[in-house]
Design a protein around this ligand. Structure first.
Ligand SMILES: [Zn+2]
Length: 710
């Protein structure tokens, strides 16, 4: 493992392996096959990149993501790795050149799409090449049960027969138990060691709300939590992506649509801007995002229901890959459920496929309508147990209220029955609330016993009730395309009054999550912010010069560490996570120069804790203890303790720290001397001796001053 560690440190700039990366790498180095499940952002690609560098020969990476190969390869070249890709976007000459370097053994890694790999030409090229390993990325594409089936993947089993001595690693970030089993069978990986990582993404906050005014809800969410952040919004239809993008642009955000119907150069341009500029929002159909490696996507929003939990997990997994707090937000409504059911039933897929798709949709709906911890349910879907509720999902932080919906459900179901199960949800609601409507009169449905018996609920409330009835399988939606609601077998006990039905109450408007935002801001101290911004600007200009995304140069987390620790020499720079030799060589000088332009103020060049320095920095801006306390969300007493420590450390004189006039100052100092407080340290007797007119914090600071300058 020695060489692997060395490469981790010098090439990638990290000190330690994460999760079970080390075990996976070891097994490939031993020549064994591996099957790896690792959540997005877990460091999947290092698992094959490092062994490919250690072992003789070229690592062949099979990936369906042609559009992203260029970026993946660029990122590797930044690290000084000899990487290339072969796909249809290259011209003849470049292809030949790459094939030649392959034959010359000049490449460390090559990325190929599965359909190209399977060509005789490519296979015979590989026959003449020394192959270090095969990495099959997005391996769930091989499974029909999985949500992203690709036929060409099924031919990959050939690799095992043709190159029995070359170790293979299959990787995926999303696969339930059945998909995993299928991957192993289809790819002949029975001998492989299986490495299962937790699917948990603890930094992602999950929330699902009702589809009422979804657009407005979305805007409030973005404004409140992500006023400047990059994010992805998923919609079901192409038209909707465009209208939402326009609408957001009208509100002053840089928002771009992305869907399969746009010309490919427009798609490409929008994706590039998302990757290369700061704070861009992409509004996309599901066509967007697979393999997107942008670490600082701060939110993923769904304006429609995803088709399956895997899809939801994968799409939301694009948020927060850097491990910083991120949001997965969804609003879905009744119409989503109806549309998706119809799409699935009408499609021309075979019956088995439809059944699978419907089951997956049921599971997704179950997750949405849940009243307990969403993370527990999400992980349970992937056969993982989370012992306690997570505390970082909407149901944990604001437990939903429920109500006994049995009677309402009976009214709804019997109205459907009495109108012969021929009508859609809007009509049924009109009957329930007793709307004066010509169509209802013509059908004589104003004569039935349930006409108008539901006016205790608003239309919106009824929609919520129907959504839950459909989600829980009491109602099905007819295939004929008109969306008529039908009763299912499951209704009987409910209609007979033998069963109670607990329903979610409609949610109240979301409350602001104060703690979370405060936490995020704390990671960068006020004092470091200007330097951090300067480093980001430098990164952006370097990225633009080279035509690569900024994060390919350094991640935000790396820049933040630079801003905090302010390395002054290349050697000190080496200790920063994410700085490898190649990047140090290319960028070290420029970033060191920028850091040198921002020396730490003398006042803050000390060994006090971060929180004290934060207080000091604000104090230096002329703020008093009260103002600092308010800004930092701390008690004034805490701020005085900080100031007292700074006084005790000699960073600050007690005089400067406190808003006292000469007389007050003298009065307290005299009292301290008189009482001998310096020796006994009793603030209480000092406080009482001064008639309780000074705050304990003020006294504490002055006492600290007297103790160092007796
Ligand atoms: Zn939870």
């Amino acid at each position: 493992m020695q060489p692997a560690h060395q490469i981790l440190k010098t090439t990638f700039g990290y000190n330690e392996f994460r999760h079970n990366q080390a075990d996976i790498i070891q097994s490939l180095l031993d020549g064994q096959d591996a099957f790896t499940l690792m959540p997005t952002g877990g460091g999947k690609s290092l698992c094959y990149q490092i062994p490919a560098l250690v072992r003789d020969g070229v690592g062949v990476v099979i990936s369906p993501l042609i559009a992203l190969m260029q970026d993946q390869v660029n990122a590797l070249r930044q690290l000084g790795i000899q990487a290339a890709f072969l796909n249809s976007t290259l011209d003849q000459a470049s292809q030949q050149q790459i094939e030649q370097s392959l034959l010359d053994g000049a490449l460390d890694l090559i990325y190929i799409a599965p359909e190209r790999l399977m060509t005789e030409r490519m296979l015979s090229l590989l026959d003449q090449t020394r192959v270090a390993l095969f990495a099959i990325d997005e391996a769930h594409c091989v499974s029909q049960w999985g949500h992203d089936f690709r036929k060409e993947y099924q031919q990959l089993s050939i690799l095992h027969e043709r190159y029995p001595d070359v170790p293979r690693i299959a990787l995926t970030a999303t696969a339930d138990r059945r998909t995993r089993a299928e991957i192993i069978t289809q790819l002949n990986l029975q001998q492989a060691t299986v490495f299962l990582n937790s699917f948990d993404r603890p930094n992602i906050h999950y929330a699902v709300s009702e589809g009422q005014n979804a657009k407005e809800q979305l805007w409030r969410f973005i404004q409140r939590e992500h006023p400047q952040d990059a994010g992805i919004i998923y919609c079901l239809s192409r038209k909707k992506t465009e209208s939402i993008a326009r609408w957001l642009a009208g509100k002053g955000r840089l928002a771009l649509p992305y869907h399969a119907g746009l010309p490919s150069e427009v798609r490409q341009r929008h994706q590039e801007r998302f990757l290369r500029e700061e704070g861009v929002i992409i509004v996309a159909t599901i066509a967007f995002g697979m393999g997107i490696d942008k670490p600082d996507v701060r939110f993923v929003a769904h304006l429609n229901l995803p088709k399956s939990i895997e899809a939801y997990y994968q799409e939301t997994g694009r948020a927060g890959r850097d491990g910083e707090p991120a949001n997965a937000w969804m609003a879905y409504g009744l119409q989503d459920v109806i549309t998706l059911r119809q799409m699935m039933q009408e499609g021309d897929a075979n019956e088995q496929f439809k059944r699978i798709a419907l089951q997956k949709l049921e599971a997704m709906l179950g997750l949405c309508e849940l009243i307990s911890c969403r993370r527990q349910a999400l992980l349970a879907y992937f056969d993982e147990t989370l012992a306690a509720p997570c505390g970082n999902c909407d149901n944990c932080t604001r437990p939903p209220r429920t109500w006994d919906g049995s009677v309402a459900a009976q009214k709804a179901l019997s109205t459907i029955y009495r109108t012969n199960q021929r009508f859609g949800v809007n009509y049924i609601i009109d009957v329930l609330v007793g709307k004066d409507d010509e169509r209802i009169r013509k059908n004589r449905h104003d004569q039935i016993s349930t006409y108008g018996i539901g006016d205790e609920h608003t239309g919106a409330e009824w929609r919520s009730i129907f959504r839950q009835l459909i989600a829980q399988g009491y109602l099905s939606v007819d295939v004929d395309g008109y969306g008529a609601l039908k009763l299912t077998e499951k209704c009987r006990p409910l209609l007979r009054g033998e069963q109670r039905l607990e329903l979610r109450k409609m949610a109240r408007p979301e409350k602001i999550k104060k703690e979370k935002r405060a936490q995020k801001q704390q990671e960068l101290r006020t004092i470091d912010t200007p330097l951090f911004e300067a480093l980001r600007a430098l990164r952006l200009s370097l990225a633009q010069e080279q035509g690569v995304p900024p994060y390919v140069i350094f991640h935000d987390t790396t820049l933040a560490e630079m801003a905090r620790t302010r390395p002054a020499t290349p050697d000190a720079m080496r200790y920063i996570s994410g700085v490898g030799e190649q990047k140090l060589k290319h960028y070290g000088r420029q970033f060191l120069q920028e850091i040198a332009k921002h020396p730490l103020p003398e006042l803050l060049d000390n060994h006090l804790s971060d929180t004290i320095n934060e207080t000091l920095a604000l104090h230096q801006q002329g703020k008093d203890a009260e103002a600092i306390a308010q800004q930092r969300g701390l008690k004034p007493a805490t701020i005085y303790i900080h100031l007292a420590e700074a006084v005790a450390a000699g960073c600050l004189s007690a005089r400067d720290a406190l808003p006292l006039d000469d007389a007050q100052y003298a009065e307290i100092v005299n009292a301290i001397e008189l009482l001998g407080t310096e020796e006994d340290g009793s603030l209480k007797s000092l406080y009482e001796a001064l008639d309780e007119q000074y705050d304990y914090g003020v006294l504490r600071c002055l006492l600290a001053g007297c103790q160092i300058n007796p």
